[in-house]
Design a protein. Sequence first.
Lengths: 644, 369
Amino acid sequence: MLDQALAALGTLLSGTHLLHLLVGVGIGIIVGILPGLGGTAGMALLLPFVFGMDPASALATMIGLLAVLATADTFTSVLMGIPGSAGSQATVMDGFPLARAGKGRQALAAAFAASLIGGLLGALALTGFVQIARPLVLMFGAPELLMLTVFGLSMVGVLSGGNWLRGLAACGLGLLLGNIGPAPATGHMRLTFDSIYLSGGLPLVVLALGLFALPEIVDLLSRTGAIALRAAALRSGWLQGLRDTLCHWALVRRSALIGCIVGAIPGLGGAVVDWIAYGTAVQAARDKSRFGKGDIRGVIAPEAANNAKEGGALVPTLIFGIPGSGGTAVLLGGLVLIGIQPGPRMVTQDIDTVYLIIWSLALANVIGAMVCIGITPLVSRVTEINYAILAPAMIAIVMFGAFQATRNWGDLIAVVLIGVTAFVFKRMHWPRPPLLIGFVLAGGAEVYLYQSVQLYGMEWLGRPIVLILIALTAVSVFFGARSKVSTETGVDSGDGLARRPGRVAQTALTVAVAAVGAAAIADAWNIPWISRLFPFVVGSAVIAFAALSLLPEWRVPALSSPGQPVFEPRNVRHFGWIVGLLGLTAAIGFLPSVFLFSTAFLLAEARIRPLPAMAMAAAIIGVLWTLGYALTIRFPAGLVNLWF
Amino acid sequence: MTDPRAIPVRPARWITFLAATAAMTAAVTLPARAADFSGETIEIIVPASEGGGTDFWGRFYVPVLQDYLPGNPTVVVRNMGGGGHTIGGNFFANNAEPDGLMLLASSGTGHFNYLLGDSRVQYEFNDMVSVAGSPVGGVMYVSGDLGAESAGEVADLEGVTLRYGSQGPTSQDLLSFYALEQIGIMAQPIFGMGGRSDARLAFERGDLNIDYQSTFSYIDNVQPLVEQGDAVPIFTFGLLNDEGVLVRDPAFPDIPHYGEVYEQVNGAPMSGQVEEVYMSFFTAGFGAQKLLSMPAATPADIVDAYNEAMLTAKADPAFQERREEVLGPYPQFMGPAAERMKQIATSVSPEAKSAVAEWLAERFDATVN
């Protein structure tokens, strides 16, 4: 075993393999930094080149890319509050407040160190696990997956910002949004309102960008200055970050373990692993007061977990031919293209290939983290730039990222609509993470419950792993109920006492949330019971939790002041810019619109002189065009296409 | 294409800049000269997201078109997933010009939605001409614990519930349920599977006891189970030969195809409505599982150029080798043969269509959207 492992390392270090690994790492870092582009898009990009390569080089390139995505996606999450990919949403929670406090470098260094260690632990787990994993993975059937889903949902407790009724209502809303599309059992459409776009379900990337990125952009624009409220901390910030990660060694280890396990069990999906790691970090912490306001542990936990996840996800990919994440799904196809057939024979006949994959994974993690730490000082400067100057590029990147979800106009419309709604949520202190968790777990919650009952009746409740998971969930709920953590990141935290919109606005939003629940019930009224059950139960729960959450609102005496308006005039104006970009794109296509929009925005909002404004706008579309060309990516087309 | 540095630097000149851009674009998109694709970009619309079988198939043809079409054009894949493959299919229907510069890589899912008359479908296969097509095989197998060695023995089992993991009654599993029912096997559907691989995993766990896998997945993951006695193949879905006749799958010459099993159980070969439904849905889902098509209005010289390129590719040993590695041991339908397959795969009589719809409603409470 050891000689085979060493021989594989020899192969990797010989010839051009290392160079191929570096190419993969380089592309992975770029794809990871860009919001909206994740493992799936990155891997698909490589496929045409994989055809002609020798298997070892092709493997090195693909694994190199896959390994560093979860490292590089941290940049935008921490520095701009925009989730860099589905796996680093939770990093935004504490990473962005740290950047706002001028500690962006420290947060990034801690994140990369955690990513590095998590990635190595993931590779180690793959080494030890791959030979014996088969029976273990087979122990997780529908009932176990259902309980894992429920365990994931129990994280809502600590992520509800201290108002668990609203958290549950928001989670229910997420479950309903995750239900959009054909019902799994009978194919009846639910909540699609005859839209073809929605008939395929709402893409996760679109929801995540709308939920977190757009509200943050508009909120940041409403105050002048840079992202970092305080001048950047000492140059040694990054050393402090490394120290932070090493000091929280136990947290890194536990989060990496969570990442490996969730990754290794096919069926849960990788998008929730960062939230589970974050949630457990909060539950286990003695002092929870800083979470959501800039606690370094809130950065370390999700980052260690999402890198470890890839090692875990390779277990089912290699031994069952069943991918554990979006990126490994494409990898699976890539393996077939180079003549490697994943399956049970992999660990017997192709064990040297497995070792090659493991070494590539480990090496790519090390190189990726070092490159990211190396470019941190440069990249973190963006937090010191006046945000009005950054905003057009941010808005264009978010739109570009959202459009990559299905390359459909629906993506753009959906991301803006969700963005406006999420802004209202943010203003009203309604927690958004529970909504996202509900959305990610919606499919599993319904399907696995249905399958469990179909296959085992009520006996499924007595299976040993199910019992263990029930106990874990109970512990999680217990800790969740005791903690009060602010999950509303960003602007308010720097503001001292946050002002809140008045009672009428709060009530209106709550009624609107309940109305969505009612709409889901009405929408499913006439379809067979098996497809109706889930929207009925969740819709009713949403109505109930929303109604209950109004009670405390009306019990306290109303404030004498009418409260802050939900949309201030400048917020409306800033959203107007975004809608304007959308409208212009519909007319003349994306790139010319971004040019005109950026120029106008920089002139009007950032008060930059025309010449530099146009130069900057040109630079933005130059970068976008280059990316689009290099990644063979399409831009949204307008009625008249002035450009592509 | 456009150098960002070329943007005019004097303020208020962006109108000039836009006009220049527009002029450049117009120059680039002049209509294609007949049957020469030099400098052209051909786009393959893949109506599924990156990484799936349809995407791989579409990407497989990228170098083929680049190498064998006159003028060696640039070929790019454009993934447009969602809506059960209807979003990409509709985009193609509404945007493809008859100039050979946009192709649709369709597959079973899109074919089934079309055959069933899904209301989301705006594409019309009668308005397309296919230039390449690929079959895929599938093997139905049962758990070794049942002790049955053939489809007939499975049908005769008593007191056993046969559980089949499905993505939904209107998915490709429609054919499985229909075919099994015709030979007396009433499988209980366990819906909500994310794909065939989910069902295979559930089979390995013992949650399911009947399942089918397509060729590669069967060879890599099920054959080891068969060798251990944990799984028993009962039939393949078969393969259409060039004349459109159902024959044994060349990847599994020892396993009887569905037509043989049907005759064995029922004492007579398939005929009438059963044959019509099986053959059209089989061709849509297996026999011509993947099709590469362009608008039927495309001028003959362009279609001919494609057909010739495909036939040249087929004769090239280098292509053959790569094809066998990626697409399996099946003959590819190139040129006019692909068009013939498309016609079988996408035509079903209104009577057969309504019979299937009734059967879906009766057996699964399911509806076609």
